[in-house]
Design a protein around this ligand. Structure first.
Ligand SMILES: [Cu+2]
Length: 179
């Protein structure tokens, strides 16, 4: 998500919030009978509650398309054409293949044989492209399409013991489609 959009949304919500409370403050200075003041304040509170609830629910629903779950990844990248089995172990990675073609949806099926790890893929410039939790007894899935060939890097992103920092291996992405 564009960080400037997030900032703009936060500023807009903050402005509305501040304006709403400023309005309440200004109105509360008028000498009006206490019971009618309480009634109007409670009306404002209920109105604000409904308004912010509606905005929150709308943002929650709109954010579904960014969820990194399998169905949203398939919708974004297409059905995976290559499966790669990944096993994390203290302290290393085992991949069923370490040469992959660019431009093809790839599904990494990720598992651990001991403790929790985290499977992170970095591009040749060191930017994190995607990651999933690596858990014993559960296969987590990450679908990704490499846009260009190069030497990518897999790193463990969850501290998993003394040798955690050694869980780094290269991943070669080739231009040609090799199955
Ligand atoms: Cu680790």
């Amino acid at each position: 998500m564009n960080p400037h959009l997030v900032l703009a949304a936060l500023l807009a919500l903050g402005t509305i919030w501040t304006a709403a409370w400023a309005t309440i403050l200004v109105r509360s200075k008028r000498a009006i009978p206490l019971d009618s003041l309480e009634r109007s304040e409670s009306r404002v509170r209920v109105g604000l509650l409904i308004a912010f609830g509606a905005v929150g629910i709308a943002l929650f629903v709109l954010s579904f398309r960014w969820l990194p779950y399998r169905d949203t990844r398939v919708a974004e990248f297409g059905a995976p054409k290559i499966d790669v089995k990944v096993v994390g172990v203290q302290w290393g990675w085992s991949l069923s293949r370490d040469r992959l073609p660019a431009g093809v949806p790839i599904e990494f099926a990720v598992n651990s044989v001991d403790v929790n790890h985290d499977f992170g893929i970095y591009d040749p410039e060191g930017t994190l492209l995607g990651q999933v939790q690596v858990m014993p007894g559960y296969t987590n899935r990450l679908i990704y399409v490499f846009r260009r060939p190069g030497t990518y890097t897999i790193r463990c992103l969850e501290y998993c013991g003394l040798g955690h920092h050694t869980m780094i291996i290269p991943l070669t992405v080739t231009a040609a489609t090799t199955k």
